[in-house]
Design a binder for this molecule. Structure first.
Ligand SMILES: [Zn+2]
Length: 150
C-alpha cells in the first residue's frame, strides 16, 4: 500500500476494525518513511458460493437452509442453539476452505452429518434419513441398528 503523502511503498497497519456492518474493514495505516497516518477501507469481496444439487441445478449457498435442516433434526433434543451455530460455523469454514466456486450438496450434507453424530445421535439419524431420502434404506437400518446395540 502506497503512502498518499510521499508515495513510498512502506506502510504498516496500526489498527483494523470492521466497518459498514462488517462488509468492510477500516484500517489505520502509518507510513514508515514519512510517519504520516491515513485510513483505508477494504471492501470484502463477496463471491457467492454455489451449491450443486443432486439434480444438477445450482443455487446460491444459504446458511439459513442448512440451519433449518439441522433445527428440524434437533427438535426436542438436548442440543443448544449455540451448539447448532458452532456446528454450522464449522461446516461453513470447511466448505469455504475448499476454495471452490461450487460445492455439491452431498459434501455439505456429509459434513453436517459428521458434526451431528458427535452432538446427538437421534438428530444425526433424523438428518441422515431426510438427507438420504430413504434411498439408501439399508444404510439407514444399519445406523439405527448400531444405535440400538449401544
Ligand atoms: Zn509517507
Amino acid at each position: 500500500m502506497k503512502c498518499p503523502y510521499c508515495n513510498e511503498d512502506n506502510t504498516k497497519v496500526i489498527d483494523s476494525r470492521p466497518a459498514e456492518e462488517n462488509s468492510a474493514i477500516r484500517r489505520r495505516r502509518q507510513c514508515e518513511s514519512c510517519g504520516k497516518r491515513f485510513t483505508t477501507y477494504e471492501k470484502l469481496e463477496t463471491m457467492p458460493l454455489m451449491v450443486v444439487k443432486k439434480d444438477g441445478t445450482r443455487e446460491v449457498y444459504d446458511r439459513a437452509k442448512i440451519e433449518a435442516g439441522i433445527l428440524r433434526s434437533c427438535h426436542k433434543r438436548p442440543v443448544s442453539p449455540q451448539q447448532i451455530d458452532a456446528l454450522i460455523d464449522e461446516v461453513e469454514s470447511s466448505v469455504f476452505n475448499l476454495e471452490e466456486k461450487e460445492v455439491a450438496t452431498s459434501v455439505i450434507g456429509e459434513l453436517v452429518m459428521a458434526g451431528l453424530k458427535e452432538l446427538d445421535e437421534v438428530a444425526y439419524v433424523r438428518f441422515a434419513s431426510v438427507y438420504r431420502e430413504f434411498k439408501d434404506v439399508n444404510t439407514f437400518i444399519d445406523e439405527i441398528g448400531k444405535l440400538l446395540k449401544k
